[in-house]
Design a protein around this ligand. Structure first.
Ligand SMILES: Nc1ncnc2c1ncn2[C@@H]1O[C@H](COP(=O)(O)OP(=O)(O)OP(=O)(O)O)[C@@H](O)[C@H]1O
Length: 331
């Protein structure tokens, strides 16, 4: 079990983390989400032991992680941290970079282990290439292989696919997370990308201005986001007054609605005039303006014409579910 308790953490005199307290079970995969500057990287650096936290503690399996004021070389041996800057040796080859992190006591198994890791990151053909001659995305994959070399018990990943193109990203993500799960490695992934988070993580911790805005089951957070900030980390979202959706409603509140949750009708519902229809590959994301002048985003399978009037509907189940979440988080 990884236990993190941070009362506060400051850079110079600016507090950037406050009241952070959570636990991660062995083998669990926790996502860290939050807007840029919310404190994700800082939190990972504290956990790894790169930053000293005066008011707080980190422990793994009930043993305290002591941080940089106590360790000659920062970082705990059972943990690895993949930072946003890759920290590679540019003038040596891919296999040397990965091999450097393998145990000196098991030299015989190095070639096999390097081969295995290069296969995982899909860079087998680049084993003899110097790192300085690789693209940014390829370098990020080498950095990933390096942190995996010694099979850490805890792996901290900071935007691990940020430099990798979509073509490689999907398969790499699948292979990597399947591998980590199989090995029972405890993982924390900080990411802006819901595609890194939704399919692969058990729980998600949301940071907002250095504070914990939520910590819950990932699917639950997506399906029933407690507020607009949290929902918008997963993609486009609308805040819609219930009285516009159900004319008979006596409730003066708004609910969060994702674009895919609107059902489109030609005759009944909340009237909007289409302003834009963006092709998203699998669907169209449309921008519509209500009679009150607010903008709503909704999905359709077909392209809509600008100026066309259509009607939006949201199911009672969705509205009720959202109202219940609000009640739960307000009590
Ligand atoms: N070394 C530093 N010295 C002073 N302030 C810092 C330092 N590093 C980060 N900060 C500040 O601390 C806050 C949190 O930064 P952090 O990098 O942890 O956020 P983040 O959520 O990881 O952002 P991003 O998603 O953009 O990587 C920001 O306001 C940032 O400007």
């Amino acid at each position: 079990m990884l236990k993190v308790d941070i009362e506060s953490f400051c850079y110079q005199d600016r507090t950037v983390l406050e009241d952070i307290s959570f636990q991660v079970a062995q083998g669990e995969h926790l996502a860290l989400m939050g807007e840029s500057g919310s404190g994700k990287s800082t939190l990972l650096k504290i956990i790894y032991g790169l930053l000293h936290v005066e008011n707080g503690s980190v422990s793994w399996q009930n043993a305290a992680a002591l941080g940089p004021n106590f360790n000659l070389v920062p970082g705990e041996s059972y943990m690895k941290y993949l930072s946003q800057d890759f920290d590679l040796m540019p003038f040596t080859t891919v296999e040397e970079n990965v091999g450097q992190y393998l145990s000196v006591f098991e030299r015989d198994s190095h070639p096999q282990r390097i081969k295995e890791l290069l296969k995982l990151i899909e860079l087998e053909d680049f084993a003899k290439v110097k790192v300085k001659n690789l693209s940014g995305g390829q370098q990020q994959r080498v950095a990933l292989a390096r942190v995996l070399a010694l099979e850490p018990e805890v792996l901290l990943l900071d935007e691990p696919f940020g430099h990798i193109d979509n073509f490689k990203r999907s398969s790499l993500r699948r292979n990597l997370y399947a591998y980590l799960k199989k090995q029972g490695i405890t993982v924390l992934t900080a990411s802006h990308d819901p595609n890194d988070v939704l399919p692969y993580t058990n729980r998600t911790l949301i940071l907002e201005n250095g504070k914990m805005a939520a910590l819950d089951d990932t699917k639950l957070l997506f399906n029933n986001p407690p507020n607009y900030y949290i929902a918008s980390l997963f993609g486009e979202v609308n805040k819609v007054p219930i009285r516009l959706l159900k004319s008979y409603a006596e409730i003066d509140r708004s609910v969060l609605v994702y674009p895919h949750e609107f059902k489109v009708s030609k005759t009944t519902g909340l009237k909007v005039v289409v302003n834009n229809s963006f092709f998203k590959g699998t669907h169209y994301l449309n921008e519509g303006v209500t009679e009150e002048g607010s903008v709503l985003f909704f999905s359709t399978s077909n392209e809509l014409t600008n100026g066309e009037a259509i009607f939006l509907n949201v199911s009672l189940e969705t509205i009720n579910a959202r109202l219940q979440v609000e009640q739960r988080t307000n009590t």
